[in-house]
Design a protein. Structure first.
Length: 285
């Protein structure tokens, strides 16, 4: 299957963007190393590591691997400060920010989670049923091509939203659970994350990584789907769907602990032990 001149230009642009981004990250790491020397004169602010991500072994109920993998997928990009009395924390303690390697690890883990493969398989099935991108035609081979294209598309989206733009913009790609408060307040907090994110410093900022990453992934998606409908209107429709899906996952991340509790799902509580150990480390002189 041959790609048209537009696809070749987009592929060349993607390669150029990757090379340029690599140079920028390298320059940022060098600059960070140079800037760290004078910073050593000041005492670092206490930093608290978030609880570990759940694994399927943390669930001992029915359909252990499936439910555990789903919970881990939600927990992978979710963090919240453990709920202890303020007196038990050293003043000014905040969650530790992600370094460049941590953001890359987050991207890789998010990409190769089993649920990510199921997501691509489900979307490929929908594309097959609706005959999206008719250049692939029908049949088992066509489904395999659609699966590969969808997996490549969602990997591109995760690369830019989890790693590339968060690194360039010093943005934290994780979702911070509110946990406490009314249901309405928590729902609005989850919806707000599509527009408001946190910097690595802990301050609030516009969630540029989500919007820029979505726009970039949609633009590059035509490389994987040469038969897609072109134009501004289809691009806006796909972008809106992607942003709405991300918003829905944030709402699910916010209320997932409540859902697990209501359904009496026997997850092992790893948060308390991890938070206590991390807090002790942060309070060491």
């Amino acid at each position: 299957m041959k790609c048209g001149p537009h696809s070749r230009r987009r592929a060349r642009a993607a390669i150029f963007l990757t090379l340029a981004f690599g140079s920028l990250v390298r320059a940022q790491e060098i600059a960070s190393g140079v800037a760290q020397d004078p910073a050593k004169k000041n005492a670092p602010a206490p930093c608290l590591q978030p609880p570990p991500v759940l694994s399927w072994q943390d669930y001992q109920g029915p359909f252990q691997k499936v439910v555990g993998a789903f919970a881990r997928k939600l927990d992978l990009k979710s963090v919240h400060a453990p709920q202890y009395k303020p007196a038990q924390y050293k003043l000014g303690t905040v969650l530790c920010s992600l370094e460049v390697k941590d953001k890359f690890t987050l991207f890789v883990r998010d990409t190769f989670e089993p649920i990510s493969f199921l997501e691509a398989a489900f979307n490929a099935g929908l594309d097959q049923a609706s005959n999206r991108d008719p250049t692939y035609r029908q049949g088992a081979e066509a489904y395999g091509k659609r699966f590969g294209a969808d997996f490549a598309g969602q990997t591109t989206w995760r690369f830019f939203t989890d790693f590339a733009y968060p690194t360039i913009l010093s943005e934290d790609p994780r979702y911070y659970r509110l946990i406490h408060g009314s249901g309405r307040r928590r729902f609005l907090h989850a919806v707000e994350h599509t527009f408001v994110a946190q910097r690595d410093s802990g301050k609030h900022m516009f969630n540029a990584s989500q919007w820029l990453g979505t726009a970039t992934a949609v633009a590059l998606n035509d490389v994987y789907h040469p038969g897609n409908e072109r134009g501004l209107s289809p691009a806006l429709r796909v972008s809106g769907y992607a942003l709405a899906t991300g918003m829905g996952f944030d709402v699910l991340r916010e209320f997932w602990p409540d859902i697990a509790h209501k359904l009496h799902m026997p997850f092992r509580d790893t948060r308390e032990q991890s938070a206590t150990e991390a807090n002790r480390s942060a309070q060491k002189p």
